[in-house]
Design a protein around this ligand. Structure first.
Ligand SMILES: Nc1ncnc2c1ncn2[C@@H]1O[C@H](COP(=O)(O)OP(=O)(O)OP(=O)(O)O)[C@@H](O)[C@H]1O
Ligand SMILES: [Mg+2]
Length: 153
């Protein structure tokens, strides 16, 4: 029923909790996990604007450095998640994309023909008053696949 899972992660605590849950799904017949990290366009835009306002540095060069450091950090964290899932007996595919997180998550769910999406109710912002984060809210509203939402503690 849940053979192929899409696990979008921002490496937040709640997404980490979802990872623990995901490992348990192996016993329920799940075989493959696509781990997806989307580097947000908005983050890169904010950084670009910040540098422009601060002045004094070559923006394009600085942006390249920021991008490289984001990619490096992401690949280290993705590798850790990949290892954990492999140890749990999964076949694992890792994807790092750039764009609007909620939109890319929906696109990748279609491209990969997953049976279910497993994600956290909240992510890095983790606002106390929010029932859901904006990414999980959008994905739950618009995806065609079943979703398992792991709530924060
Ligand atoms: N950039 C991302 N790439 C992949 N998955 C993501 C990304 N951002 C969020 N997610 C997934 O969505 C879940 C919910 O995160 P979301 O961003 O909606 O909450 P938030 O950070 O608390 O709120 P907001 O981003 O609206 O301020 C995360 O636990 C993670 O599974
Ligand atoms: Mg977020």
């Amino acid at each position: 029923m849940f053979r192929k899972i899409l696990y979008p992660t921002d490496f937040s605590d709640v997404a980490g909790k979802a990872l623990g849950y995901l490992k348990g799904l192996r016993c329920a017949g799940a075989e493959e996990v696509v781990v997806l990290r989307v580097i947000s366009d908005k983050t890169l835009e904010c950084i670009q604007r910040g540098i422009t306002l601060a002045g004094g540095r070559d923006v394009s060069q600085f942006l390249k450095e920021v991008h490289r450091s984001l990619q490096e950090e992401t690949s280290t964290q993705m590798h850790r998640v990949e290892q954990e899932l492999k140890e749990a007996g999964y076949e694992v595919k890792v994807r790092v994309e750039q764009g609007v997180p909620q939109a890319r998550i929906l696109e990748v769910a279609e491209e990969e023909q997953v049976s279910v999406i497993v994600l956290g109710s909240h992510g890095r912002s983790n606002l106390a008053s929010a029932l859901l984060g904006s990414v999980s809210d959008h994905v739950i509203r618009h995806c065609r696949q079943p979703v398992i939402v792991i709530k924060r503690d």
